[in-house]
Design a protein around this ligand. Structure first.
Ligand code: ADP
Ligand code: MG
Length: 473
């Protein structure tokens, strides 16, 4: 990341490289950070931690993937007394997926002390096990405002000992209409507490939320520009009626393994999905009509590289943490340059380069001008007609997802599945990809070339000493 477009009211301007051990963190936490190979702070961490560790309330804005979770996790863990068995910190998130991601990161960092209990409280799961876990005591709860409100109404959650309250993805919680639920929940929190608000964008509602629930907050905004050489941006002029076909042309020419295709509307997402599937491209979409389990399956298949293209609106794609993404396609040009910067920042992560390809009709030209002027760059125009694909083999993802019926409830762990495939069956570690265990199912990515046989042999063999049902997604 090079120059920031805009930083305000933070002592963190011109951060080059800052080490965690400059912070007043406990030696045990520093040791965990070292184990996790978190060497230097990300810019949002460097800007916000000195403020929050000094006990101040905070409003922080930074793009997806910038390390906001660890920024609040280190604060709430520092405020926590592991020997006190009461809920001392609460993180409110817009969706179960995001709550799960936060819980995972918190669990990794919470290993600095023994027995810190973290509970996820979201809708879509039955109340009873959550209630019984709560009676056994938890130090930290992470959840959606609606479900946390339910627990407060039933008195199964007691917040008297709370010292840290976090709003994660606050903009999205507002988008989803959670304001009233949030207000209900916050009224039940002790007034003496530290409150942190994290958001990827800064719509008007955020200021209202902050005014209501934060006390003299300090603000940190990092609207970061991406390293130019890592994300190669190209613009293509199209006619309105060839837009969707053009996406297929781009995919066949650039042949990215994973692509996130952004549309401005849900209808556009549905239309594009149809066009791509008709062209034999392995594409999926995320939308509000999916059941939770279907959503999980889409995300799992995209993250484990068994789906080439994920078609989504900005809202649906918020919070996705996908590290390997070869391309982002802007099917429509977004009217908001800040959103454009967020979109393309999904690619070109870590050491990889990424493509940011945008389709633009004549009427959208002013939007491109707005984008490139805020980025202080000249748009690079290319002609669709020059795209050719010498390689006419169909664009197929490298992996295939197998679903094993049986998951956390059956006490299946990733190692059990990896063991079954690489042990008795004899595949190599390289032929097996990501393994994801959910409550009811386990999903394992395997190399496309072995998929059929792997499914057959897993069904015929045993996982954890039991025969299992396997199907290919
Ligand atoms: P955000 O909430 O801003 O979208 P996350 O908190 O999900 O971002 O972090 C994105 C990724 O970066 C995660 O995989 C996390 O483990 C990793 N990460 C966070 N902080 C650091 C750090 N200081 N060094 C290396 N990796 C980090
Ligand atoms: Mg986050």
């Amino acid at each position: 990341m090079n120059n920031t477009l805009q930083t305000t009211s933070s002592p963190a301007e011109n951060i080059v490289e800052r080490l965690f051990n400059e912070l007043p963190l406990s030696p045990d936490l520093l040791a965990i950070l070292q184990q996790l190979e978190y060497r230097t702070m990300t810019p949002i961490q460097a800007a916000s931690l000195p403020i929050t560790l000094a006990g101040h309330d905070l409003i922080a804005q930074a793009k997806t993937g910038s390390g906001k979770t660890a920024a609040f996790a280190l604060t709430l863990l520092t405020n926590l007394n592991p020997r006190r068995f009461a809920v001392q910190a609460m993180v409110l998130c817009p969706t179960r997926e995001l709550a799960d991601q936060v819980t995972q990161e918190l669990r990794r960092l919470a290993r600095f002390a023994d027995n810190i209990k973290i509970l996820t409280l979201c809708g879509g799961s039955t109340m009873r096990p959550q209630v019984s876990s709560l009676t056994h005591g938890a130090h930290i709860v992470v959840g959606t405002p609606g479900r946390i409100m339910d627990h407060l109404q039933r008195s199964s959650l007691n917040l008297e000992a709370l010292n840290t309250l976090v709003f994660d993805e606050a903009d999205r919680m507002l988008d989803m209409g959670f304001y009233d639920d949030i207000a209900f929940v916050v009224k039940r929190c002790p007034s003496k507490r530290q409150t942190l608000l994290f958001s990827a964008t800064y719509p008007n509602g955020i200021a209202g939320l902050a005014r209501q629930f934060l006390r003299n907050p300090q603000e940190v905004k990092l609207l970061a520009q991406h390293e130019e050489n890592k994300i190669r941006q190209r613009f293509y002029e199209i006619d309105h009626d060839t837009r969707l076909q053009a996406v297929g042309q781009l995919l066949k020419h650039y042949r990215p393994i994973s692509t996130l295709a952004f549309c401005n509307t849900k209808q556009q997402c549905r239309d594009l999905l149809e066009v791509l599937q008709a062209q034999g491209i392995n594409a999926l979409t995320l939308n509000g009509d999916l059941e939770q389990r279907e959503r999980d399956q889409v995300l799992i298949q995209f993250a484990n590289r068994s789906c080439s293209v994920l078609v989504a609106t900005d809202v649906a794609a918020r919070g996705l943490d996908i590290t390997q993404l070869e391309a982002v396609i802007n099917v429509d040009v977004t009217p908001d340059p800040e959103i454009y910067i967020h979109r393309i920042g999904r690619t070109g992560r870590a050491d990889d380069n990424g493509w940011a390809l945008s389709l633009c009709s004549l009427s959208e030209m002013p939007r491109v001008v707005a984008i490139t002027s805020i980025m202080d760059s000249e748009p690079e125009w290319h002609d669709l007609a020059t795209l050719q694909s010498d390689d006419n083999t169909p664009l197929a993802p490298p992996m295939v997802t197998l679903q094993i019926l049986g998951g956390r409830k059956e006490k299946i762990r990733p190692g059990d599945v990896l063991g079954a495939l690489t042990g008795e069956i004899g595949y190599t570690r390289e032929q097996v990809g990501k393994i994801t265990v959910t409550d009811q199912s386990t999903y394992v990515a395997v190399a496309r070339s072995i998929a059929r046989e792997a499914a057959r042999r897993l069904s015929a063999g045993k996982v954890k000493g039991k025969t299992v049902k396997v199907r290919t997604l």
